[in-house]
Ligand binder design. Structure first.
Ligand SMILES: NC(=O)c1ccc[n+]([C@@H]2O[C@H](COP(=O)([O-])OP(=O)(O)OC[C@H]3O[C@@H](n4cnc5c(N)ncnc54)[C@H](OP(=O)(O)O)[C@@H]3O)[C@@H](O)[C@H]2O)c1
Length: 335
């Protein structure tokens, strides 16, 4: 195979230096399955790796980043996969400890691969990716814990973000009254268009600082952490559930025990990285292709050319990005 294009992160003097390079298959980390990458995406973790936020990518040698990919198998030494199979890979070590999705080809372990479910295109799979899987796991866990539309409103923080907007869409389609909590006033229309019944500003959520504020939500998904999570807990109805998925603000949490002790609020931890076992992963992707498939992927996701990837990393931390950014790696147009 001739050389192909890849976006790699090199660590120079402790800082990431990202560039497009020409690589051969032998330059990639080993794996039994070679995938011709169609699409990848820009996730929070990808932007962190590209801009040196947190310790998110190996530093001892260059790494092709990109924690999500969809594509077509071009060669396989794993009997479970054959050339022509359409597949998805998200998380595991992809894009941080093992060369990832920002290259025309990826070489991965068969154990990391999810066959593309019927009902999703390769493009739609990356409109979802890690963010969609996070939203799906959240809804799945909330409902397994007893949440239902009749029990009351569901709040989503970081609502215009990648995980947030997909969650708003999925929850609204399932009949929930969704309160989208966002710092972007100018995106109220977008949030309503994807299904939010109410748009609440971050300031409104933070206004009442009492340990037990008047309850508003039967359930919540928090993508932000810190004070926002504390306020969600204080605003949750008795017996309500709060799913914790993110830390866009930070990892610290100061709160009170009162929501747990006096209102019996439960917290559900959400993690779709290595801890999510393959059978569960396949089940959730099956749901994302059917009953949890969002209805507004065209509004939530936008494709960018592979060449525009570096600029997209900068925009990610300006908190101006809305929804999900899909990277056209091999495929040049959404299908
Ligand atoms: N648990 C898991 O398995 C898992 C999987 C994927 C992602 N995550 C985590 O989930 C979080 C969200 O990921 P994402 O991909 O949706 O990121 P994202 O697209 O950047 O969205 C994050 C959103 O959070 C809000 N936000 C950002 N900075 C903020 C600040 N300083 N104060 C208050 N709100 C702020 C913004 O929404 P508004 O402007 O609308 O308020 C932003 O759009 C990240 O922490 C990510 O690491 C976890």
């Amino acid at each position: 195979m001739s050389k192909f294009k890849a976006y790699r992160v090199h660590t120079v003097g402790g800082k990431p230096v990202c560039r497009f390079e020409q690589l051969g298959l032998e330059d990639l980390d080993p794996g039994a399955v070679v995938i011709e990458v169609a699409y990848s995406a820009v996730n929070y973790k990808d932007a962190m790796a590209a801009r040196g936020v947190g310790k998110n990518v190996r530093t001892d040698r260059p790494c092709v980043t990109g924690i999500d990919l969809s594509g077509t198998v071009s060669a396989s030494e794993d009997p479970r996969f054959k050339p022509g199979d359409r597949v998805i890979v998200t998380n595991y070590k992809l894009g941080n400890e093992h060369d990832g999705g920002y290259a025309d080809y990826a070489r991965v372990l068969g154990d990391w691969i999810v066959p593309l479910p019927e009902g999703l295109s390769l493009y739609e799979a990356m409109c979802l990716g890690t963010s969609g899987l996070t939203a799906a796991l959240t809804v799945d866990r909330l409902e397994a814990a007893g949440c239902a539309p009749a029990k009351g409103a569901v709040a989503v923080t970081g609502a215009t973000g990648s995980v947030g907007s997909l969650a708003v869409d999925i929850l609204a389609r399932r009949g929930y009254s969704v309160s989208a909590i966002s710092g972007k006033k100018e995106q109220s229309r977008f949030l309503q268009a994807i299904g939010a019944q109410r748009v609440m500003s971050r300031d409104e959520l933070l206004a009442d600082r009492s340990a037990l504020a008047p309850p508003l939500f039967a359930a919540a998904l928090d993508n932000v952490g810190g004070t926002y999570l504390d306020r969600l807990l204080a605003r949750t109805l008795p017996g309500g559930k709060v799913a914790v998925a993110g830390m866009a603000v930070g990892t610290e949490l100061t709160t009170s025990v009162l929501p747990f002790v006096l209102r019996a609020v439960d917290v559900l931890g959400i993690n779709v990285s290595r801890q999510l076992q393959m059978p569960e992963r396949r089940r959730l992707w099956g749901r994302l292709a059917t009953d949890l498939k969002p209805g507004h992927l065209a509004e939530i996701a936008r494709p960018i050319p592979f060449e525009a990837l570096d600029a997209a990393m900068d925009r990610f931390f300006e908190v101006t990005t809305v929804g999900r950014v899909v990277v056209e790696v091999g495929a040049r147009a959404p299908k």
